[in-house]
Design a binder for this molecule. Structure first.
Ligand code: 5GP
Length: 173
């Protein structure tokens, strides 16, 4: 079973699914309310439809930042007695970690840059970009729909894009 949190990792999960030859894979989604650091308040908005008891589960994230979301989801899923529970993230920003997390499968490691595209969004915009770009979040919040190439200090610098020499790429892995 491959479980994604909200629709952020959906694009990434599609790529992973195509790379897995095994037919017996179920893709399911769990959605929680946004984690407010220090409040500890979070709730499941949409739960998995399948029973993961006794199954091998990979929890797939788009990006792990503080690690709070991943820690919460791991707690929820492990209580359902999967046979094995592993973690996978497209992007990892270990510098901001509050809850230490061992991640089994990692795509790219980020610094402090804010990233959009390939499922990652600001106010539900830019999810559909076929690559990840570093952009200035504050500018995009004040100018919704702005062209990331024009507002990013790095001119929409690609993060692990195909052909960038940084590995398989957010857009082509
Ligand atoms: P955490 O609980 O690890 O702090 O946060 C994970 C969530 O924060 C991600 O699933 C994502 O929704 C959001 N997030 C963290 N960093 C970024 C980023 O650079 N860009 C975007 N668009 N969302 C981010």
């Amino acid at each position: 079973v491959s479980c994604g949190w909200r629709n952020g990792p959906a694009m990434f999960i599609g790529v992973l699914r195509r790379a897995i030859e095994d037919d017996d894979v179920t893709i399911d989604f769990i959605s929680i309310s946004r984690f407010v650091p220090d409040s500890g308040r979070v709730k499941i908005k949409h739960d998995l439809e399948c029973d993961i008891g006794g199954r091998d589960v990979v929890l797939v994230e788009d990006i792990v930042d503080t690690g709070l979301t991943l820690a919460y989801l791991l707690g929820q899923l492990s209580a359902r007695n999967p046979r094995r529970l592993s973690t996978c993230t497209m992007l990892d920003r270990p510098q901001r970690r509050i809850v230490p997390q061992e991640i089994d499968y990692r795509g790219f490691e980020l610094g402090t840059e804010y990233v959009l595209g390939y499922g990652l969004h600001v106010r539900d915009l830019y999810r559909n970009l076929p690559y990840g770009v570093a952009a200035d979040r504050d500018t995009l919040v004040s100018r919704p729909g702005a062209d990331v190439g024009r507002v990013s200090p790095g001119a929409g610098r690609a993060v692990g894009a195909p052909g960038s020499g940084e590995g398989p790429g957010c857009g082509g892995s």
